[in-house]
Design a protein around this ligand. Structure first.
Ligand code: ARG
Length: 555
Protein backbone atom coordinates (compact mmCIF):
# COMPACT_ATOMS: atom_id res chain seq x y z
CA UNK A 1 0.00 0.00 0.00
CA UNK A 2 1.36 3.36 -0.96
CA UNK A 3 0.42 6.38 1.13
CA UNK A 4 -1.56 8.74 -1.06
CA UNK A 5 0.96 11.50 -0.71
CA UNK A 6 3.81 9.41 -2.04
CA UNK A 7 1.94 7.77 -4.88
CA UNK A 8 2.59 10.37 -7.61
CA UNK A 9 6.25 10.65 -6.65
CA UNK A 10 6.75 6.91 -6.67
CA UNK A 11 4.93 6.63 -9.98
CA UNK A 12 7.16 9.28 -11.54
CA UNK A 13 10.30 7.59 -10.22
CA UNK A 14 9.21 4.11 -11.29
CA UNK A 15 8.42 5.39 -14.77
CA UNK A 16 12.11 6.08 -15.34
CA UNK A 17 12.73 2.36 -15.19
CA UNK A 18 9.51 0.86 -16.38
CA UNK A 19 6.21 2.70 -16.75
CA UNK A 20 4.32 -0.58 -16.45
CA UNK A 21 5.93 -1.70 -13.18
CA UNK A 22 3.90 -2.13 -10.01
CA UNK A 23 4.45 0.88 -7.75
CA UNK A 24 3.97 -1.18 -4.61
CA UNK A 25 6.08 -1.82 -1.58
CA UNK A 26 6.09 1.38 0.43
CA UNK A 27 6.12 0.49 4.11
CA UNK A 28 6.60 2.46 7.30
CA UNK A 29 10.21 2.08 8.45
CA UNK A 30 10.68 -0.04 11.52
CA UNK A 31 13.27 2.40 12.87
CA UNK A 32 12.24 6.07 12.75
CA UNK A 33 15.93 7.03 12.48
CA UNK A 34 15.78 5.70 8.92
CA UNK A 35 12.95 8.02 7.97
CA UNK A 36 9.21 7.54 7.77
CA UNK A 37 8.78 5.21 4.83
CA UNK A 38 10.87 2.76 2.93
CA UNK A 39 10.30 1.84 -0.70
CA UNK A 40 11.57 -1.48 -2.00
CA UNK A 41 10.86 -0.87 -5.68
CA UNK A 42 14.47 -0.87 -6.92
CA UNK A 43 15.32 -3.88 -4.81
CA UNK A 44 12.39 -5.83 -6.18
CA UNK A 45 12.49 -4.75 -9.81
CA UNK A 46 16.25 -4.79 -10.29
CA UNK A 47 16.46 -8.28 -8.86
CA UNK A 48 13.84 -9.51 -11.30
CA UNK A 49 15.77 -7.96 -14.18
CA UNK A 50 19.18 -9.06 -12.92
CA UNK A 51 20.32 -5.48 -12.55
CA UNK A 52 22.12 -3.89 -9.64
CA UNK A 53 19.41 -2.75 -7.16
CA UNK A 54 21.60 -0.28 -5.37
CA UNK A 55 22.47 1.44 -8.64
CA UNK A 56 18.83 1.54 -9.61
CA UNK A 57 17.84 3.03 -6.24
CA UNK A 58 20.47 5.70 -6.68
CA UNK A 59 19.02 6.56 -10.05
CA UNK A 60 15.48 6.85 -8.64
CA UNK A 61 16.21 8.69 -5.39
CA UNK A 62 16.74 12.14 -6.98
CA UNK A 63 13.11 12.03 -8.21
CA UNK A 64 12.01 12.67 -4.64
CA UNK A 65 14.35 15.54 -3.95
CA UNK A 66 12.77 18.95 -3.58
CA UNK A 67 9.24 17.59 -3.83
CA UNK A 68 6.56 19.11 -1.61
CA UNK A 69 6.45 17.27 1.68
CA UNK A 70 9.75 15.42 1.30
CA UNK A 71 12.36 16.39 3.88
CA UNK A 72 15.02 13.88 2.98
CA UNK A 73 15.61 10.93 0.72
CA UNK A 74 18.43 8.43 0.97
CA UNK A 75 19.45 5.08 -0.39
CA UNK A 76 19.98 2.34 2.14
CA UNK A 77 21.38 -1.16 2.16
CA UNK A 78 21.15 -3.20 -1.01
CA UNK A 79 18.68 -0.85 -2.72
CA UNK A 80 16.00 0.59 -0.47
CA UNK A 81 14.88 4.19 -0.71
CA UNK A 82 14.22 5.82 2.64
CA UNK A 83 11.93 8.82 2.75
CA UNK A 84 11.45 11.38 5.50
CA UNK A 85 8.52 13.72 5.41
CA UNK A 86 8.60 17.40 6.15
CA UNK A 87 7.15 18.47 9.54
CA UNK A 88 5.25 21.52 8.36
CA UNK A 89 3.82 19.61 5.51
CA UNK A 90 2.79 16.71 7.78
CA UNK A 91 1.01 19.14 10.07
CA UNK A 92 -0.92 20.68 7.20
CA UNK A 93 -1.83 17.26 5.81
CA UNK A 94 -3.10 16.14 9.19
CA UNK A 95 -5.19 19.27 9.61
CA UNK A 96 -6.71 18.76 6.17
CA UNK A 97 -7.28 15.07 6.73
CA UNK A 98 -9.08 15.46 10.04
CA UNK A 99 -11.19 18.31 8.68
CA UNK A 100 -12.41 16.25 5.75
CA UNK A 101 -15.67 14.34 6.05
CA UNK A 102 -13.95 11.11 5.00
CA UNK A 103 -10.98 11.46 7.38
CA UNK A 104 -8.77 11.00 4.34
CA UNK A 105 -10.16 7.57 3.53
CA UNK A 106 -10.13 7.01 -0.19
CA UNK A 107 -13.06 6.06 -2.38
CA UNK A 108 -11.91 2.66 -3.54
CA UNK A 109 -15.33 1.18 -4.11
CA UNK A 110 -16.41 3.92 -6.50
CA UNK A 111 -20.01 2.99 -5.95
CA UNK A 112 -19.49 -0.68 -6.80
CA UNK A 113 -21.61 -3.12 -4.85
CA UNK A 114 -20.40 -5.64 -2.30
CA UNK A 115 -22.64 -8.17 -0.59
CA UNK A 116 -21.58 -9.20 2.87
CA UNK A 117 -23.24 -12.44 3.98
CA UNK A 118 -22.79 -12.61 7.73
CA UNK A 119 -24.18 -13.61 11.12
CA UNK A 120 -26.58 -16.17 9.57
CA UNK A 121 -27.80 -18.14 12.58
CA UNK A 122 -30.11 -21.12 12.18
CA UNK A 123 -33.57 -20.31 13.48
CA UNK A 124 -35.14 -22.36 16.22
CA UNK A 125 -31.69 -22.62 17.74
CA UNK A 126 -29.75 -20.36 19.98
CA UNK A 127 -27.19 -18.18 18.32
CA UNK A 128 -23.87 -19.49 19.51
CA UNK A 129 -20.52 -17.83 19.91
CA UNK A 130 -19.61 -18.73 16.31
CA UNK A 131 -22.52 -16.66 15.06
CA UNK A 132 -21.40 -13.91 17.38
CA UNK A 133 -17.95 -13.91 15.76
CA UNK A 134 -19.51 -13.85 12.31
CA UNK A 135 -21.71 -10.94 13.38
CA UNK A 136 -18.84 -8.87 14.78
CA UNK A 137 -16.38 -9.54 11.97
CA UNK A 138 -19.01 -9.18 9.24
CA UNK A 139 -20.29 -5.95 10.72
CA UNK A 140 -16.82 -4.39 10.60
CA UNK A 141 -16.34 -5.61 7.01
CA UNK A 142 -19.62 -3.84 6.20
CA UNK A 143 -18.51 -0.63 7.93
CA UNK A 144 -15.11 -0.68 6.23
CA UNK A 145 -16.62 -1.09 2.78
CA UNK A 146 -19.09 1.73 3.39
CA UNK A 147 -16.24 3.97 4.52
CA UNK A 148 -14.26 3.22 1.36
CA UNK A 149 -17.05 4.12 -1.02
CA UNK A 150 -18.69 0.78 -1.68
CA UNK A 151 -22.42 0.29 -1.95
CA UNK A 152 -22.97 -2.38 0.66
CA UNK A 153 -25.69 -4.96 1.06
CA UNK A 154 -25.30 -6.59 4.45
CA UNK A 155 -27.36 -9.78 4.29
CA UNK A 156 -28.12 -11.99 7.26
CA UNK A 157 -28.47 -15.34 5.48
CA UNK A 158 -30.45 -17.03 8.21
CA UNK A 159 -30.92 -20.77 8.13
CA UNK A 160 -34.70 -20.96 8.03
CA UNK A 161 -35.47 -23.85 5.70
CA UNK A 162 -35.04 -27.55 5.22
CA UNK A 163 -35.10 -30.77 7.20
CA UNK A 164 -34.82 -29.33 10.72
CA UNK A 165 -38.33 -27.97 10.35
CA UNK A 166 -39.88 -31.34 9.56
CA UNK A 167 -38.25 -32.67 12.73
CA UNK A 168 -39.51 -29.73 14.71
CA UNK A 169 -43.06 -30.22 13.48
CA UNK A 170 -42.99 -33.85 14.64
CA UNK A 171 -41.41 -32.95 17.98
CA UNK A 172 -43.92 -30.15 18.41
CA UNK A 173 -46.84 -32.51 17.83
CA UNK A 174 -45.53 -35.11 20.26
CA UNK A 175 -43.83 -33.27 23.07
CA UNK A 176 -44.52 -29.55 23.09
CA UNK A 177 -44.77 -27.58 26.31
CA UNK A 178 -46.80 -24.53 25.37
CA UNK A 179 -46.12 -22.64 28.56
CA UNK A 180 -42.38 -23.10 28.07
CA UNK A 181 -42.73 -21.99 24.45
CA UNK A 182 -44.54 -18.84 25.53
CA UNK A 183 -41.84 -17.98 28.06
CA UNK A 184 -38.70 -18.95 26.17
CA UNK A 185 -39.60 -19.94 22.60
CA UNK A 186 -36.08 -20.61 21.34
CA UNK A 187 -35.24 -22.56 24.47
CA UNK A 188 -38.31 -24.76 23.99
CA UNK A 189 -37.61 -25.28 20.27
CA UNK A 190 -34.09 -26.23 21.09
CA UNK A 191 -35.29 -28.69 23.71
CA UNK A 192 -37.65 -30.24 21.16
CA UNK A 193 -34.92 -30.50 18.56
CA UNK A 194 -32.51 -32.16 20.96
CA UNK A 195 -35.21 -34.52 22.19
CA UNK A 196 -35.96 -35.51 18.61
CA UNK A 197 -32.32 -36.36 18.04
CA UNK A 198 -32.10 -38.41 21.22
CA UNK A 199 -35.41 -40.22 20.87
CA UNK A 200 -35.00 -44.04 20.76
CA UNK A 201 -37.69 -44.36 18.08
CA UNK A 202 -35.65 -41.96 15.88
CA UNK A 203 -35.88 -44.12 12.75
CA UNK A 204 -39.66 -44.11 12.68
CA UNK A 205 -39.72 -40.42 13.57
CA UNK A 206 -37.34 -39.76 10.68
CA UNK A 207 -39.92 -40.93 8.16
CA UNK A 208 -42.54 -38.72 9.69
CA UNK A 209 -40.15 -35.79 9.73
CA UNK A 210 -39.32 -36.19 6.06
CA UNK A 211 -43.03 -36.25 5.26
CA UNK A 212 -43.57 -33.07 7.29
CA UNK A 213 -40.66 -31.34 5.56
CA UNK A 214 -42.10 -32.27 2.17
CA UNK A 215 -45.51 -31.01 3.27
CA UNK A 216 -43.96 -27.74 4.44
CA UNK A 217 -42.17 -27.32 1.14
CA UNK A 218 -45.39 -27.98 -0.78
CA UNK A 219 -46.99 -25.13 1.14
CA UNK A 220 -49.19 -27.04 3.58
CA UNK A 221 -50.92 -24.26 5.57
CA UNK A 222 -50.50 -25.77 9.03
CA UNK A 223 -46.81 -26.52 8.58
CA UNK A 224 -46.25 -23.13 7.02
CA UNK A 225 -47.93 -21.45 9.97
CA UNK A 226 -45.83 -23.39 12.49
CA UNK A 227 -42.66 -22.66 10.54
CA UNK A 228 -43.51 -18.96 10.35
CA UNK A 229 -44.14 -18.82 14.07
CA UNK A 230 -40.90 -20.66 14.96
CA UNK A 231 -39.04 -18.28 12.73
CA UNK A 232 -40.71 -15.10 13.94
CA UNK A 233 -40.06 -15.92 17.57
CA UNK A 234 -36.45 -16.81 16.92
CA UNK A 235 -35.90 -13.57 15.04
CA UNK A 236 -37.49 -11.62 17.86
CA UNK A 237 -34.89 -13.05 20.23
CA UNK A 238 -32.05 -12.39 17.79
CA UNK A 239 -33.21 -8.80 17.33
CA UNK A 240 -32.51 -8.13 20.98
CA UNK A 241 -28.99 -9.51 20.66
CA UNK A 242 -28.28 -7.55 17.48
CA UNK A 243 -29.45 -4.33 19.13
CA UNK A 244 -27.04 -4.94 22.02
CA UNK A 245 -24.24 -5.62 19.53
CA UNK A 246 -25.04 -2.46 17.56
CA UNK A 247 -25.54 -4.41 14.33
CA UNK A 248 -28.02 -3.74 11.54
CA UNK A 249 -28.69 -5.64 8.34
CA UNK A 250 -29.89 -4.40 4.99
CA UNK A 251 -31.50 -7.73 4.20
CA UNK A 252 -32.51 -10.85 6.11
CA UNK A 253 -33.54 -12.98 3.21
CA UNK A 254 -32.61 -16.34 4.63
CA UNK A 255 -32.50 -19.70 2.91
CA UNK A 256 -36.28 -19.92 2.54
CA UNK A 257 -36.23 -16.97 0.14
CA UNK A 258 -34.52 -19.20 -2.43
CA UNK A 259 -36.68 -22.29 -1.93
CA UNK A 260 -38.49 -21.90 -5.26
CA UNK A 261 -35.30 -21.04 -7.11
CA UNK A 262 -33.35 -24.15 -6.22
CA UNK A 263 -35.00 -26.60 -8.62
CA UNK A 264 -34.73 -24.38 -11.69
CA UNK A 265 -31.12 -23.61 -10.76
CA UNK A 266 -30.21 -27.30 -10.47
CA UNK A 267 -31.96 -27.93 -13.79
CA UNK A 268 -29.99 -25.09 -15.36
CA UNK A 269 -26.74 -26.56 -14.01
CA UNK A 270 -27.69 -29.92 -15.53
CA UNK A 271 -28.52 -28.27 -18.85
CA UNK A 272 -25.23 -26.40 -18.83
CA UNK A 273 -23.40 -29.68 -18.34
CA UNK A 274 -21.97 -28.54 -15.02
CA UNK A 275 -23.99 -31.00 -12.98
CA UNK A 276 -24.74 -34.65 -13.59
CA UNK A 277 -27.06 -37.36 -12.31
CA UNK A 278 -25.45 -39.88 -10.04
CA UNK A 279 -27.29 -42.72 -8.33
CA UNK A 280 -30.54 -40.82 -8.32
CA UNK A 281 -28.96 -37.64 -6.96
CA UNK A 282 -27.54 -34.65 -8.83
CA UNK A 283 -23.90 -33.83 -8.18
CA UNK A 284 -21.20 -31.50 -9.40
CA UNK A 285 -17.74 -32.99 -9.76
CA UNK A 286 -14.49 -31.13 -9.69
CA UNK A 287 -11.48 -33.42 -9.58
CA UNK A 288 -12.20 -35.57 -6.57
CA UNK A 289 -14.52 -33.03 -4.96
CA UNK A 290 -18.16 -34.01 -5.27
CA UNK A 291 -20.86 -31.52 -4.28
CA UNK A 292 -24.37 -32.88 -4.04
CA UNK A 293 -26.91 -30.33 -5.26
CA UNK A 294 -30.04 -32.46 -5.20
CA UNK A 295 -30.48 -35.42 -2.90
CA UNK A 296 -32.05 -38.69 -3.97
CA UNK A 297 -35.35 -37.67 -2.39
CA UNK A 298 -35.28 -34.41 -4.35
CA UNK A 299 -34.34 -32.28 -1.32
CA UNK A 300 -32.16 -29.22 -1.79
CA UNK A 301 -28.69 -29.05 -0.26
CA UNK A 302 -26.68 -26.26 1.34
CA UNK A 303 -24.62 -25.92 -1.86
CA UNK A 304 -27.71 -25.80 -4.07
CA UNK A 305 -29.23 -23.10 -1.89
CA UNK A 306 -26.01 -21.07 -2.08
CA UNK A 307 -26.03 -21.40 -5.86
CA UNK A 308 -29.66 -20.28 -6.09
CA UNK A 309 -28.85 -17.42 -3.74
CA UNK A 310 -25.86 -16.29 -5.78
CA UNK A 311 -28.02 -16.22 -8.91
CA UNK A 312 -30.55 -14.09 -7.10
CA UNK A 313 -27.89 -11.72 -5.82
CA UNK A 314 -26.25 -11.32 -9.21
CA UNK A 315 -29.58 -10.61 -10.88
CA UNK A 316 -30.72 -8.18 -8.25
CA UNK A 317 -27.54 -6.27 -7.35
CA UNK A 318 -24.90 -7.12 -9.91
CA UNK A 319 -22.22 -7.07 -7.20
CA UNK A 320 -18.50 -6.71 -7.87
CA UNK A 321 -17.73 -8.56 -4.64
CA UNK A 322 -19.37 -11.10 -2.40
CA UNK A 323 -18.03 -11.90 1.04
CA UNK A 324 -19.15 -14.79 3.23
CA UNK A 325 -18.26 -14.80 6.90
CA UNK A 326 -18.45 -18.18 8.63
CA UNK A 327 -16.19 -20.33 10.69
CA UNK A 328 -13.18 -21.88 8.94
CA UNK A 329 -14.68 -25.33 9.02
CA UNK A 330 -16.82 -24.28 6.05
CA UNK A 331 -13.77 -23.39 3.95
CA UNK A 332 -14.10 -26.43 1.71
CA UNK A 333 -17.76 -25.77 1.05
CA UNK A 334 -17.01 -22.24 -0.06
CA UNK A 335 -14.01 -23.25 -2.16
CA UNK A 336 -16.20 -25.75 -4.06
CA UNK A 337 -19.13 -23.40 -4.34
CA UNK A 338 -16.99 -20.49 -5.62
CA UNK A 339 -15.48 -22.70 -8.30
CA UNK A 340 -18.89 -23.81 -9.47
CA UNK A 341 -20.17 -20.23 -9.46
CA UNK A 342 -17.28 -19.00 -11.56
CA UNK A 343 -17.79 -21.78 -14.10
CA UNK A 344 -21.38 -20.69 -14.14
CA UNK A 345 -20.43 -17.18 -15.27
CA UNK A 346 -20.55 -15.44 -11.93
CA UNK A 347 -17.78 -12.92 -12.40
CA UNK A 348 -17.89 -11.22 -9.00
CA UNK A 349 -14.88 -11.62 -6.75
CA UNK A 350 -15.96 -14.10 -4.07
CA UNK A 351 -14.23 -14.41 -0.72
CA UNK A 352 -14.78 -16.61 2.27
CA UNK A 353 -13.64 -15.01 5.50
CA UNK A 354 -13.22 -18.02 7.73
CA UNK A 355 -12.73 -17.40 11.41
CA UNK A 356 -11.29 -19.57 14.14
CA UNK A 357 -12.94 -20.85 17.29
CA UNK A 358 -13.80 -18.77 20.27
CA UNK A 359 -12.88 -20.98 23.18
CA UNK A 360 -14.80 -20.49 26.36
CA UNK A 361 -12.89 -21.77 29.36
CA UNK A 362 -14.68 -23.90 31.92
CA UNK A 363 -16.64 -21.66 34.24
CA UNK A 364 -16.40 -18.59 32.02
CA UNK A 365 -19.99 -17.85 32.79
CA UNK A 366 -20.80 -17.48 36.39
CA UNK A 367 -24.50 -16.94 35.80
CA UNK A 368 -25.35 -20.15 34.02
CA UNK A 369 -24.41 -23.74 34.05
CA UNK A 370 -24.61 -26.18 31.18
CA UNK A 371 -22.79 -25.88 27.94
CA UNK A 372 -25.31 -23.86 25.96
CA UNK A 373 -24.42 -20.25 26.41
CA UNK A 374 -26.98 -17.68 25.52
CA UNK A 375 -25.35 -14.68 23.96
CA UNK A 376 -27.52 -12.36 25.99
CA UNK A 377 -26.16 -13.97 29.13
CA UNK A 378 -22.64 -13.52 27.87
CA UNK A 379 -23.26 -9.84 27.14
CA UNK A 380 -24.98 -9.36 30.49
CA UNK A 381 -22.02 -10.87 32.27
CA UNK A 382 -19.62 -8.63 30.36
CA UNK A 383 -21.68 -5.56 31.21
CA UNK A 384 -21.91 -6.56 34.90
CA UNK A 385 -18.14 -6.91 35.04
CA UNK A 386 -17.70 -3.59 33.25
CA UNK A 387 -20.15 -2.04 35.68
CA UNK A 388 -18.01 -3.11 38.64
CA UNK A 389 -15.04 -1.51 36.95
CA UNK A 390 -16.92 1.71 36.28
CA UNK A 391 -18.25 1.88 39.85
CA UNK A 392 -14.72 1.54 41.13
CA UNK A 393 -12.96 3.88 38.73
CA UNK A 394 -15.61 6.41 37.75
CA UNK A 395 -17.65 6.84 40.90
CA UNK A 396 -18.07 10.54 40.06
CA UNK A 397 -20.28 9.84 37.04
CA UNK A 398 -24.05 10.00 37.56
CA UNK A 399 -25.84 6.66 37.78
CA UNK A 400 -27.45 6.80 34.31
CA UNK A 401 -24.16 7.60 32.65
CA UNK A 402 -22.39 4.83 34.52
CA UNK A 403 -24.94 2.33 33.20
CA UNK A 404 -24.45 3.63 29.67
CA UNK A 405 -20.66 3.52 29.98
CA UNK A 406 -20.76 -0.03 31.38
CA UNK A 407 -22.95 -1.18 28.49
CA UNK A 408 -20.49 0.32 25.98
CA UNK A 409 -17.44 -1.15 27.70
CA UNK A 410 -19.02 -4.55 28.33
CA UNK A 411 -20.43 -5.16 24.86
CA UNK A 412 -17.41 -3.41 23.32
CA UNK A 413 -15.00 -5.76 25.09
CA UNK A 414 -16.77 -8.84 23.82
CA UNK A 415 -16.82 -7.36 20.32
CA UNK A 416 -13.21 -6.28 20.39
CA UNK A 417 -11.84 -9.68 21.32
CA UNK A 418 -13.50 -11.00 18.14
CA UNK A 419 -11.71 -8.34 16.09
CA UNK A 420 -8.30 -7.89 17.60
CA UNK A 421 -6.66 -10.92 16.03
CA UNK A 422 -6.64 -11.98 12.44
CA UNK A 423 -10.01 -13.71 11.85
CA UNK A 424 -8.56 -17.17 11.20
CA UNK A 425 -6.92 -17.25 14.64
CA UNK A 426 -8.59 -19.16 17.46
CA UNK A 427 -9.43 -16.88 20.36
CA UNK A 428 -9.63 -17.87 23.97
CA UNK A 429 -12.10 -16.02 26.06
CA UNK A 430 -10.30 -14.13 28.79
CA UNK A 431 -12.28 -11.68 30.91
CA UNK A 432 -9.18 -10.22 32.48
CA UNK A 433 -7.51 -9.38 29.20
CA UNK A 434 -10.75 -8.17 27.61
CA UNK A 435 -11.53 -5.76 30.40
CA UNK A 436 -7.98 -4.61 31.18
CA UNK A 437 -7.52 -0.86 31.27
CA UNK A 438 -4.15 -1.21 29.60
CA UNK A 439 -2.95 -3.33 26.72
CA UNK A 440 -4.79 -3.87 23.49
CA UNK A 441 -8.32 -3.90 24.88
CA UNK A 442 -11.59 -2.06 24.27
CA UNK A 443 -11.46 -0.22 27.62
CA UNK A 444 -7.97 1.06 26.82
CA UNK A 445 -9.05 2.39 23.43
CA UNK A 446 -12.24 3.93 24.78
CA UNK A 447 -10.35 5.47 27.67
CA UNK A 448 -7.72 7.01 25.41
CA UNK A 449 -10.39 8.70 23.33
CA UNK A 450 -12.28 9.88 26.43
CA UNK A 451 -9.03 11.38 27.68
CA UNK A 452 -8.70 13.44 24.49
CA UNK A 453 -12.30 14.58 24.87
CA UNK A 454 -11.69 15.65 28.41
CA UNK A 455 -8.75 17.83 27.37
CA UNK A 456 -10.84 19.39 24.61
CA UNK A 457 -13.71 20.05 27.06
CA UNK A 458 -11.47 21.71 29.60
CA UNK A 459 -9.65 23.89 27.09
CA UNK A 460 -10.30 27.59 27.38
CA UNK A 461 -8.26 28.36 24.30
CA UNK A 462 -8.92 27.39 20.71
CA UNK A 463 -6.61 25.05 18.84
CA UNK A 464 -3.82 26.91 17.04
CA UNK A 465 -1.63 26.11 14.06
CA UNK A 466 -0.14 22.67 14.50
CA UNK A 467 3.62 22.34 14.89
CA UNK A 468 5.52 19.12 15.25
CA UNK A 469 8.60 20.20 17.17
CA UNK A 470 8.86 17.33 19.62
CA UNK A 471 9.47 13.74 18.46
CA UNK A 472 6.36 12.60 20.37
CA UNK A 473 4.25 15.20 18.58
CA UNK A 474 5.61 14.04 15.29
CA UNK A 475 5.07 10.40 16.15
CA UNK A 476 1.46 11.08 17.04
CA UNK A 477 0.88 13.02 13.82
CA UNK A 478 2.47 10.28 11.75
CA UNK A 479 0.37 7.64 13.43
CA UNK A 480 -2.83 9.62 12.78
CA UNK A 481 -1.87 10.18 9.16
CA UNK A 482 -1.61 6.46 8.61
CA UNK A 483 -5.29 6.00 9.40
CA UNK A 484 -6.45 5.98 5.75
CA UNK A 485 -3.80 3.39 4.89
CA UNK A 486 -5.00 1.18 7.72
CA UNK A 487 -8.63 1.47 6.65
CA UNK A 488 -7.74 0.59 3.10
CA UNK A 489 -5.56 -2.37 4.07
CA UNK A 490 -8.18 -3.68 6.51
CA UNK A 491 -10.84 -3.46 3.81
CA UNK A 492 -8.82 -5.09 1.06
CA UNK A 493 -7.73 -7.93 3.33
CA UNK A 494 -11.10 -8.40 5.06
CA UNK A 495 -9.12 -7.99 8.24
CA UNK A 496 -10.67 -5.87 11.01
CA UNK A 497 -7.55 -6.64 13.06
CA UNK A 498 -5.48 -4.39 10.78
CA UNK A 499 -7.66 -1.46 11.74
CA UNK A 500 -7.74 -2.53 15.40
CA UNK A 501 -3.95 -2.64 15.45
CA UNK A 502 -3.76 0.82 13.95
CA UNK A 503 -6.23 2.36 16.39
CA UNK A 504 -4.35 0.74 19.25
CA UNK A 505 -1.02 2.19 18.01
CA UNK A 506 -2.59 5.62 17.61
CA UNK A 507 -3.91 5.44 21.18
CA UNK A 508 -0.48 4.44 22.41
CA UNK A 509 1.11 7.36 20.60
CA UNK A 510 -1.50 9.64 22.03
CA UNK A 511 -0.89 8.43 25.57
CA UNK A 512 2.89 8.74 25.25
CA UNK A 513 2.41 12.28 24.02
CA UNK A 514 -0.05 13.00 26.84
CA UNK A 515 2.20 11.66 29.61
CA UNK A 516 5.28 13.47 28.38
CA UNK A 517 4.01 16.82 27.15
CA UNK A 518 1.67 19.22 28.91
CA UNK A 519 -1.12 20.40 26.62
CA UNK A 520 -3.15 23.13 28.29
CA UNK A 521 -0.20 24.01 30.55
CA UNK A 522 2.10 23.89 27.56
CA UNK A 523 2.70 27.64 27.35
CA UNK A 524 3.52 28.64 23.82
CA UNK A 525 2.92 25.11 22.59
CA UNK A 526 -0.58 24.89 24.08
CA UNK A 527 -2.49 25.94 20.95
CA UNK A 528 -0.52 23.62 18.69
CA UNK A 529 -0.79 20.68 21.08
CA UNK A 530 -4.49 21.24 21.47
CA UNK A 531 -4.81 21.04 17.67
CA UNK A 532 -2.93 17.76 17.80
CA UNK A 533 -5.27 16.44 20.52
CA UNK A 534 -8.25 17.43 18.36
CA UNK A 535 -6.78 15.60 15.37
CA UNK A 536 -6.05 12.51 17.46
CA UNK A 537 -9.60 12.63 18.77
CA UNK A 538 -10.97 12.60 15.22
CA UNK A 539 -8.84 9.61 14.27
CA UNK A 540 -9.54 7.66 17.46
CA UNK A 541 -13.28 8.39 17.27
CA UNK A 542 -13.54 7.42 13.66
CA UNK A 543 -11.46 4.30 14.23
CA UNK A 544 -13.60 3.23 17.18
CA UNK A 545 -16.79 3.76 15.19
CA UNK A 546 -15.48 1.71 12.29
CA UNK A 547 -14.75 -1.06 14.75
CA UNK A 548 -18.31 -0.72 16.01
CA UNK A 549 -17.27 0.47 19.49
CA UNK A 550 -19.23 3.42 20.92
CA UNK A 551 -16.83 6.29 21.59
CA UNK A 552 -17.43 7.69 25.08
CA UNK A 553 -17.22 11.29 26.25
CA UNK A 554 -15.99 10.27 29.66
CA UNK A 555 -15.47 7.15 31.65
N1 ARG B 1 -26.42 -20.83 8.64
C1 ARG B 1 -25.09 -21.25 8.40
C2 ARG B 1 -24.46 -21.76 9.70
O1 ARG B 1 -24.93 -21.45 10.78
C3 ARG B 1 -24.20 -20.16 7.85
C4 ARG B 1 -24.64 -19.61 6.51
C5 ARG B 1 -23.53 -18.85 5.83
N2 ARG B 1 -23.92 -18.27 4.58
C6 ARG B 1 -24.08 -18.94 3.41
N3 ARG B 1 -24.47 -18.28 2.36
N4 ARG B 1 -23.82 -20.22 3.33
O2 ARG B 1 -23.47 -22.46 9.65
Amino acid sequence: MIPTLLRPYCAAAAAIVDPAAEVEGVVPTSNPAHGDYQWNFAFRVAKARRENPRAMAEKLAPCFEGRAGIRAVSVAGPGFINLSLDDGWLASQLAAMTASSTTGVEDEGQGRTVIVDFSSPNVAKRMHVGHMRSTHIGDVIVRLHRATGWTVVGDNHIGDWGTPFGKLVVAWDDWRDEAAYAGDPVGELERLYVKFGEAPEAAALGDRARAETARLQRGDPRNRALWADFKARSLAEYEGVYARMGVKFDEMLGESAYADLVDPVVDALLAAGLAEESEGAVVIRDGNQVSVVRKKDGAATYTATDLACVRYRVDRWNPARMVYVTDVRQAQHFANFFKIASKWNVSAEMTHVGFGMLKLPEGAMSTRSGNVIRLVDLLDEAVARARALVDEKSAMLPEAERAMVAEAIGTGSVRYQDLVQSPATDVSFDWKRMLAMDGNSAPYLLYSRARARSILRKAEIVPGAMRLDHPLERELAMSCLRFPEAVSAATRNYAPNILAEHVYRACESFNRFYYELPVLQGGEAAGSRLALVAAADVVMSRGLSLLGLSPLERM
